[in-house]
Design a protein around this ligand. Sequence first.
Ligand SMILES: O=P(O)(O)OC[C@H]1O[C@](O)(CO)[C@@H](O)[C@@H]1O
Length: 194
Amino acid sequence: MPTFHTPPIQPMAIAFDAEKLTLTPEGPTLTRRMSDLEGLFLDHDAWKAAAEGDNPVVYTVVSSPVPEIDRELPQSITTIMPGDTSGELWMTKGHQHPNHQGEIYLALTGRGGLLMFDGERTEWLDMLPGTIGYIPPGWAHRSINTGDEPYAFLAVYPGGAGHDYGWVLEHGMGSRAYRGADGSADLRPYTTAS
Ligand SMILES: O=P(O)(O)OC[C@H]1O[C@](O)(CO)[C@@H](O)[C@@H]1O
């Protein structure tokens, strides 16, 4: 048996409920409201009015108990509510992995998109139930609800990957996703308010 500086956790079965979108046993859960998404939407005034108004839940993340530490492979289910802020579709904050490690998403319900940016190139993947989106090392990633129902996906990622949110605030994501006329996303070049 190999020896580890930090002993791995024990093998475990984790029950996935596809209707309730839960993982059991459950680990940490996260609720991100509009006020947590400062500096991300182009229309700052519309963001501020929503954040200081009813401050809606934009997305939740439920995790299994597998910890975010080196060599482990945590999993989580993210559910993004449908909505937009001045036309810009509701989304996760988006982050870069400081350690440049990959990640996979499996779309579960609803309709979404996976926006990736490596500092120069932008990629967009349509995410429908059953789609596996692969995020290679070095690509910042943000998920977006492009539909009218909650969009949920399972993420599996290296426990030591980390979340660098400052990178996204500094470099942007290459594109912004708006509600398109035919129900698909209208991707526009990334700009910031002058
Ligand atoms: O960290 P953010 O950008 O708020 O988004 C949450 C996402 O990040 C993860 O925690 C891991 O990449 C996902 O489980 C989740 O979708």
